[in-house]
Write a protein that binds this ligand. Sequence first.
Ligand code: FAD
Length: 406
Amino acid sequence: MMAAVSVLQTGGRAVLFEKNEKLGKKLFITGKGRCNLTNDCDMETLFQNVMTNSKFLYSAFYGFDNRAAMDWFEKAGCPLKTERGGRVFPVSDHAYDVTAALEKQLRRGKADIRLHMEVKRLLAEDEKIKGVELADGSIEYGDAVILATGGLSYPLTGSDGDGYRMAAEEGHTIKETSPSLVPLTVQEEWCRLLQGLSLKNVKVSLFMQGKKPLYEGFGEMLFTHFGVSGPLILSASSYYGQKRKGEKATLRLDLKPALAPEQVDKRLLRDFEENKNKQFKNSLGKLFPSKLVPVMVLLSGIDGEKKVHEITKEERTRLVQLIKNLKMTVTGTRGYTEAVVTRGGIHVKEVNPSTMESKIIEGLYFAGEVLDVDALTGGFNLQIAWSTGWQAGVSAAEGNSFCKKE
Ligand SMILES: Cc1cc2nc3c(=O)[nH]c(=O)nc-3n(C[C@H](O)[C@H](O)[C@H](O)COP(=O)(O)OP(=O)(O)OC[C@H]3O[C@@H](n4cnc5c(N)ncnc54)[C@H](O)[C@@H]3O)c2cc1C
């Protein structure tokens, strides 16, 4: 959509083929239906949040950055607001308004929008694009084609990997794909007991080998029937995916990150003093959510029936260690159906970073998640889509006679 808008604003004509019954099906579910469409950060932060091939995006980001995207949406009739961590949303809190703004500009520019139209194949001859073949067998000719078919995540929204196949058929290399920003599966059975429990203000660290964490973050996480999810875990999964080669990793959970171990110990002493004649299992209600209490009792190795005043210093020290360092073994990730983004895709070495044009097929351009680029949460993945889409659109319109208005 943004690529087509950019073609129109550069003075070209655009035909948009969308296989769904409506435009922007994935956009509707982004940001939990609110669409975190970009991040109001500086350039350095923008690049820092790109996990794969950030250098490739240099020209695209400078050509149409987050501020340009915000400006564009505001002018297109979608007022924006910025929330915690620079996350930008429509003031209305409706993702629909983002799609509506794009669609309005497309219609105003007289884009030829063809819904229910699945592109089956790219048509190229002598390393030059000729057009596309549609699923009904018909052929649409053109000198420029922008492939913006998304990745493999949430395939029900339309992104089912078609673009990779079509690009590969024309000689492009596809970097191995994997789900990213995705829940993690965990080995420990006690995790299942916590299914549905959401923890706020915790610290999560991810370790593979070595003592240095690959990822550390403060915030919110969630236990599920298979392991863990929530904002901190999705971010951790992006780092896990970078290093993993079928390896296990360790997640360490600090339940009281604002308190040093000695402070946790003092807090425990206070709680224990108040509950000294109670059983241990009934003494932790103030410290943890009720669902977590039996699990902490189990993992502490302290008899739950034991009277609090009988708990030894060693046992209390063990409990402090558990609170500050609750370990889980990560066995893998969930699949594409639960992944916010796909890692891997069209090899960026075969794409001109200044134009998004294929280095193999003249007149073929790429935009968005179909490329081997991905970022962390916070609006950065959509910013990649806006920036690369904009750049592909400008280049396609400027570089090809087909797109120029007669
Ligand atoms: C649940 C969820 C929440 C998210 N939240 C955010 C967020 O808040 N902020 C953020 O920055 N990112 C978010 N993302 C990521 C972001 O949505 C994607 O990175 C972004 O949509 C990629 O844009 P795209 O245009 O490349 O692909 P898509 O948005 O997937 O669009 C590709 C389009 O191409 C169509 N298509 C595919 N194949 C064909 C074909 N053969 N013929 C015709 N049409 C075809 C599809 O139907 C689809 O409409 C979220 C993702 C998910 C799954």
